[in-house]
Design a protein around this ligand. Structure first.
Ligand SMILES: [Zn+2]
Length: 176
């Protein structure tokens, strides 16, 4: 391997540690990618479902933290679909857990060349949600899931502001 190639390989691991030893778990509607058990456990602790959603989760067979997170994600996605009254066929999205907003900013900068201070974002081209576990809350995850559902539902992508309004609508209603 040439030195330049090696540097590219090494640098990508330095800048994207989530790619190192990333685990992937699949649910009905999502593929979840995370780099450590701690990240997954922290994420699970931060995603608190309201009473109605919790009742749904309790009915399913949960053994591991991963099971619990996947059931929570599917429950949130189904609720978001109901809020939007949009049920796209073959809905599937990827969710990548990142440690903090600095990681989110780094990934965004790499993909789009812009500096941002986002806690999460949805990549339309990759159909992927990148989210900071340090900052995550149900409302933030629901907002990004809203973007993913809207993206799958429309054959012609709605204007950016409309996309954003619909995601905000999910964010506001998710705890009802
Ligand atoms: Zn948004």
């Amino acid at each position: 391997m040439s030195r330049i190639l090696f540097c590219i390989a090494l640098c990508s691991f330095l800048f994207f540690p989530h790619l190192l030893m990333a685990k992937e778990a699949k649910s009905r509607y999502a593929s979840l990618q995370y780099s450590s058990q701690k990240l997954l456990t922290d994420f699970n602790a931060e995603i608190e479902l309201g009473r109605n959603l919790k009742a749904f989760v309790r009915k399913t067979n949960i053994v591991t933290v991963e099971d619990e997170v996947l059931v929570k994600i599917d429950t949130i996605i189904e609720k978001a679909e109901t809020i939007l009254e949009m049920f796209p066929d073959q809905l599937h999205m990827r969710i990548v857990l990142l440690e903090n907003s600095a990681d989110v900013a780094r990934v965004f900068k790499e993909k789009y060349g812009k500096n941002v201070n986002y806690l999460a974002f949805y990549s339309l081209s990759e159909d992927t949600i990148y989210i900071s576990v340090d900052d995550v809350k149900l409302a933030i995850l629901a907002h990004e899931i809203g973007h993913a559902i809207v993206d799958h539902y429309f054959k012609v992508r709605p204007p950016y502001n409309v996309h954003e309004l619909m995601a905000q609508f999910v964010e506001k209603r998710i705890s009802d």
